[in-house]
Design a protein around this ligand. Structure first.
Ligand code: PMP
Ligand code: GLN
Length: 382
């Protein structure tokens, strides 16, 4: 068989989770919470999953009542004109399907797609599956800021799309309004589109708001903006997300979405439509995760890891070079999992060429007891 992705192994998240299970390690590798969704959401699902009439295909773009709730939420949170549920909002099988469908919809063979690295692991392979050419622009260490001069230098007439991710997985960095203004200026006379992966939109810390591409009118006109209910409602296993995009872009996205999954599970959409109008559920998330971030940083302080700043999302990146000089990050992550009993992800997994900066990623979307148990192992085992 001639593989379409010959150089791609199994995703690092599956690999580290399996290794964690084999060695009884605490899994701070794969990003998922070890607590449940809000009770109101679980109760709503229990109700809809037993409601006759809610068990068949949902409309292809998503349940109208869920799209309406997304529209109102978007206007409320970002202070923007409400996106039209009929023409600008599409419910997808997680942000993952939205990413794939957007790329399939707009990338022609030979088109270039700019990716700021380190980047979420599916971006590069999903671009290549469309015959696209990923063009990688490094984020600048140590704070993983975008260097817009380098982005400018990488833009060509073939640049079909630039992919943004704010708050960022794995780095925890966020884009500022100035970043968005600068990007809008760079793209002004081009036909380059924007895909903005904002699945961690409700996890931004230290009193800062999340700055959405939807708030920049120039970018919004050319952008697909993605979110994920899995992140917002501690329900990564539900795999429901959505995309907000102008009508012409939404039309193209739906051309693909209808032939990838057609539609998303009906009872879960009803349950989400029930709870989404209650803003307290997501408005309390920044404080909820900031507390976890602060606790975890405090717990790691005595361990010898050098902690990078975390402005958003639920990941802590840490430099281990003082603990294990000369060790590459993959070896270090494996040892930490096997010998210390705490599973992490090596940051090289987020670089297409496996660049090693002696960094690993911890997920702190865990109960306090889990974080304390992990820290205890780290303090004793290092
Ligand atoms: N983008 C980023 C940056 C993510 O971290 C994730 C979650 N792993 C996704 C997309 C996928 O989201 P979902 O689980 O809704 O498919
Ligand atoms: N987004 C999650 C992470 O970064 C994992 C998603 C997955 O397992 N594919 O860890």
């Amino acid at each position: 068989l001639r593989s379409k992705l010959p150089d791609v192994g199994t995703s690092i998240f599956s690999v580290m989770t399996q290794l964690a299970q084999e060695h009884g390690a605490i899994n701070l590798a794969q990003g998922f919470p070890d607590y449940d969704p809000p009770q109101a959401l679980l109760a709503a699902l229990a109700q809809h999953v037993t409601t006759p009439g809610h068990q068949q295909y949902a409309p292809m773009p998503g349940l109208p009542r869920l799209r309406e709730a997304i529209s109102q939420k978007t206007a409320h949170v970002y202070g923007v004109a409400a996106p039209d549920p009929a023409t600008e909002i599409t419910v997808t099988s997680g942000a993952t399907e939205a990413l794939y469908a957007v790329l399939a919809a707009v990338v022609h063979p030979g088109d270039e797609v700019l990716v700021l690295e380190p980047a979420y692991d599916l971006y590069g392979p999903a671009i290549r599956l469309q015959g696209g050419v990923p063009v990688y622009v490094p984020l600048t260490l140590p704070e993983f800021r975008p260097d817009w001069d380098r982005v400018k230098a990488a833009l060509t007439p073939r640049t079909r799309l630039i992919m943004l991710n704010t708050p960022n997985n794995p780095t925890g960095a966020v884009l500022t309004p100035q970043d968005l203004t600068t990007l809008a200026e760079l793209l002004r006379d081009t036909t380059t589109l924007v895909l903005s992966d904002e699945v961690y939109e409700h996890m931004v810390f230290d009193g800062q708001p999340h700055h959405s591409v939807l708030q920049n009118p120039e970018l919004r006109e050319r952008a697909f903006v993605l979110s994920s209910f899995g992140k917002t409602y501690h329900a990564t296993g539900w795999k429901v997300g959505y995309c907000v995009a102008p009508p012409a872009l939404t039309t193209e996205l739906r051309r693909v979405h209808q032939f990838v999954t057609f539609s998303v599970s009906t009872p879960t959409q009803h349950a989400l439509a029930d709870v989404l109008p209650d803003a307290t559920l997501f408005e309390t998330l920044p404080a909820f995760y900031q507390q976890k971030r602060d606790l975890f940083r405090e717990l790691l302080a005595p361990t010898g890891f050098r902690l990078l700043p975390v402005e958003g999302a639920y990941f802590q990146v840490a430099n281990f070079s003082a603990l294990s000089p000369g060790t590459d990050d993959v070896t270090f992550a494996r040892r930490l999992t096997q010998e210390t009993g705490v599973a992490v992800v090596p940051i090289s997994a987020f670089y297409h060429d496996g660049q090693d900066h002696s960094l690993v990623r911890f997920c702190f979307a865990k109960q306090e007891s889990t974080l304390r148990a992990a820290a205890q192992r780290l303090q004793q085992g290092l």
